[in-house]
Design a protein around this ligand. Sequence first.
Ligand SMILES: [Zn+2]
Length: 83
Amino acid sequence: MSASSDNQRCVRRDLVASYALAALGHSEAESMKAHLPTCTECQQEYRALSAVTNTLFAWRGQSLPQSNPIWNQLVERISNQPD
Ligand SMILES: [Zn+2]
């Protein structure tokens, strides 16, 4: 066995993004939750990602209203247009 790679990467690091986006299954999320406090690499990744995801979630909540009044007005105006 040769440990040639000095730049070892945590195998779970790829799952951190899914965890930050709450896209993991329950058991995976649980094991990631248990793993995070033990792994500085994943902690760093998670911290960096949660800054982005928090912004994304906040931004998503503010823009994109469920119904767009301008669009509805437009549709109404077009469908009510006399020939
Ligand atoms: Zn890790």
